[in-house]
Design a protein around this ligand. Structure first.
Ligand code: ATP
Ligand code: MG
Length: 498
C-alpha cells in the first residue's frame, strides 16, 4: 500500500482563512474584500502583505477584491500616487476588474448618513475648540466630560451642520461628533469626530466640499456601500472596531444599509528590517532628497524593489509565507532575498561573472595546449538542475579574470581557493595549481600565476584523477565583456530604524 502525501504545499497559518471558511457555511455567501490605500505616497512592502491577503483570499474563495482609494483627506493626496498604486498592484499580479472605487465618490452618501444620525439624536455639532475637545476626552483612568453642545436639539444640530456644509463658518470653528458615551472605557467611543471644516481642494471633488469626513467615519460607510463582507485591516484599528460596528448598526436601523453588514478583522503589520514601512517617513526621505526618489532601489517601496530586481513572485511568496497573525511581525531582509533566490533559481539561465577582477596567468598554457593562441572550448549546463535546457559554450585562454577574494597569499584556515601550492578547478574548465603572485608598487596583489594540470578538463575521462577541494568562477580575458554592476546595501544600518 502506498502512503498518500498531501500534494498541496503547506500554507502558512492564517486565521483570516478560518474566518472566511466559517462564514462560507452560510448559504449564498460571496466573499468581497478590498484593498483601501490612501493615495498619499507609493506602496511599500507592508502594503504588499495587505494586497496579497485581500486579493489572494478573495481569489482563493471565488470572491472579489476591490481596489479602493481612500481619498477622504484632501490635503495629502495626489494623482501621481493614484497612478503609481494602480501600476504596482497590477505589477504584483492582481486585478480588480470593474471594481475600482474612490471613497470621495461616496461623499454624498456619507453626508446623508451624517444627517440621518443627527435626526436620530446620534450626532451633534460641537462648537468647542479642538483643544477643548481633546482636553475633555479624559484618559484611561478618567471618563470624559460632556460638551455644553451635547444636548442640543436635532433640528438645531441639523441647521448648524448644513451651515458647515454651506461654508458659513471658518475652518476649525466646529465639528460634527457622534453622540455615544463620554464615559466609555474605549476612548474611541467618547463622541468621536465625524466631520470637520477644511477649505481644501480635493483631487477628485475639487472645491465642491468644505467639510470632510474623518477616516474612521468614512471607512465603514465605504465598506457598507460596496457590500464588503470581510474588511481586513492592521492591528492599530482594533480599538476602532466597536465604533465601526456601532456606526453601521445605527445606519442600518436608519434604513441606509442592509444586513449582513461588513465585519472588520485585524491582522499584524509586516515590517522589514533595515527599512521603514510608513509612507509618511518614506515621503520625508524623498522630499529631503536623501534618496533619488520613491523608486530608489534602496527604498522598500514596490517601485524601488522592482527597480532593484525583485520579482512580483518573490514578494508574493514572502507575503504568503508570513501568513496572517494577531501580532505585528518583523521579517529579516534575508527572508525576502531568499524568496527571490528561490524564484529565480528555477528559471534563470546561468553565466559566469567576476565582480572584483584579478588577472590569473596560466604560465604553461603554450606547453600544455601546443601554442599561446590556442583556445580551449568548455561546456557548461545552461541550468545546473535542468539538463533539458542544454549546454552553453565558453572558451578558456591563457589569461583569465578571477574574483579577487578567491586568492590569498597566506590562506586563512579552511580556505579551499587559490594560494601558492594549492590546486583548484576553474569551473567547467581545468584544474590549475597556484605558483605565486605579482605585486604592484603599493604592495597589492596585481596578478596571480598558476600552471594548468594536464588532462583534467571537466567532462573528460581524466577530470577526476586530480582531486581538488575548491572550484572558482572565472571569465577569459580574451572574450570577457565589461558590465556595470550596482551593489546596494541596506538603506539603514540599524535593524529597526524607526
Ligand atoms: P502608512 O503608515 O505607510 O501610510 P497606512 O496603513 O496608513 O500605512 P494605507 O494606505 O492606509 O497606509 O494602507 C492601505 C492598507 O494597507 C491598509 O489596510 C493597511 O492596514 C495596510 N497596510 C499598511 N501598512 C501595512 C503593513 N506594514 N503591513 C500590513 N498591512 C499594511
Ligand atoms: Mg493610512
Amino acid at each position: 500500500m502506498s502512503a498518500a502525501f498531501p500534494k498541496e504545499p503547506v500554507k502558512a497559518s492564517n486565521f483570516l482563512r478560518n474566518i472566511i471558511e466559517r462564514d462560507l457555511q452560510t448559504p449564498n455567501t460571496q466573499i468581497r474584500t478590498r484593498f483601501p490605500p490612501e493615495p498619499n505616497g507609493y506602496l511599500h512592502i507592508g502594503h504588499a502583505k495587505s494586497i496579497c491577503l485581500n486579493f489572494g483570499l478573495a481569489a482563493e474563495y471565488g470572491g472579489h477584491c476591490h481596489l479602493r482609494f481612500d481619498d477622504t483627506n484632501p490635503e495629502k493626496e495626489e494623482q501621481e500616487y493614484v497612478d503609481a498604486i494602480v501600476e504596482m498592484v497590477h505589477w504584483l499580479g492582481f486585478d480588480w476588474g470593474a471594481h475600482l472605487y474612490y471613497a470621495s465618490d461616496y461623499f454624498d452618501v456619507m453626508y446623508r448618513a451624517a444627517e440621518a444620525l443627527i435626526e436620530r439624536g446620534l450626532a451633534y455639532v460641537d462648537e468647542q475648540s479642538a483643544e477643548q475637545i481633546r482636553a475633555t476626552r479624559g484618559d484611561f483612568a478618567t471618563p470624559g466630560t460632556a460638551s455644553p453642545f451635547r444636548d442640543r436639539a436635532p433640528a438645531e444640530n441639523l441647521a448648524r451642520f448644513r451651515e458647515m456644509r454651506d461654508a458659513r463658518h471658518p475652518d476649525g470653528a466646529m465639528v460634527l461628533r457622534a453622540r455615544i458615551d463620554m464615559a466609555s472605557p474605549n476612548i474611541n467611543l467618547r463622541d468621536p469626530t465625524l466631520y470637520r471644516i477644511r477649505r481644501a481642494h480635493h483631487h477628485n471633488t475639487g472645491d465642491r466640499w468644505c467639510i470632510y469626513p474623518m477616516y474612521t467615519y468614512a471607512h465603514p460607510i465605504e465598506d457598507a456601500i460596496e457590500r464588503i463582507t470581510h474588511s481586513f485591516c492592521t492591528l492599530e484599528f482594533e480599538d476602532q472596531r466597536p465604533f465601526y460596528d456601532w456606526l453601521l448598526e445605527k445606519l442600518a436601523q436608519a434604513g441606509l444599509f442592509e444586513h449582513p453588514l461588513p465585519r472588520q478583522y485585524e491582522f499584524g503589520r509586516l515590517n522589514l528590517t533595515h527599512v521603514m514601512t510608513s509612507k509618511r517617513k518614506l515621503k520625508a526621505l524623498v522630499e529631503q532628497s536623501l534618496v533619488s526618489g520613491w523608486d530608489d532601489p534602496r527604498m522598500p517601496t514596490l517601485a524601488g524593489l522592482r527597480r532593484r530586481g525583485y520579482t512580483p513572485q518573490s514578494i508574493r511568496k514572502m507575503a504568503d509565507d508570513s501568513g496572517a497573525s494577531k501580532t505585528n511581525i518583523w521579517l529579516d531582509h534575508h527572508v525576502l532575498d531568499f524568496a527571490l533566490r528561490e524564484h529565480l533559481d528555477g528559471d534563470v539561465v546561468r553565466a559566469m561573472a567576476v565582480l572584483e577582477p584579478l588577472p590569473l596567468v596560466l604560465d604553461n598554457w603554450a606547453e600544455v595546449f601546443g601554442g599561446q593562441a590556442h583556445r580551449e572550448p568548455c561546456r557548461a549546463p545552461v541550468h545546473p538542475q535542468r539538463p533539458e535546457l542544454g549546454t552553453r559554450g565558453c572558451e578558456l585562454g591563457p589569461r583569465v579574470w578571477i574574483e579577487r577574494e578567491d586568492f590569498a597569499e597566506v590562506p586563512p584556515e579552511g580556505l579551499f581557493r587559490l594560494f601558492p601550492g594549492n590546486k583548484v578547478r576553474l569551473k567547467y574548465g581545468v584544474v590549475v595549481e597556484c605558483t605565486g603572485c605579482e605585486k604592484n608598487a603599493r604592495g597589492e596583489v596585481a596578478a596571480v600565476h598558476a600552471r594548468v594540470v594536464p588532462d583534467t578538463k571537466s567532462g573528460t575521462a581524466g577530470a577526476d584523477a586530480v582531486k581538488v577541494k575548491g572550484t572558482i568562477t572565472w571569465v577569459a580575458a580574451h572574450d570577457a565583456v565589461a558590465a556595470e554592476v550596482r551593489l546596494f546595501e541596506h538603506l539603514f544600518s540599524a535593524e529597526q530604524p524607526d
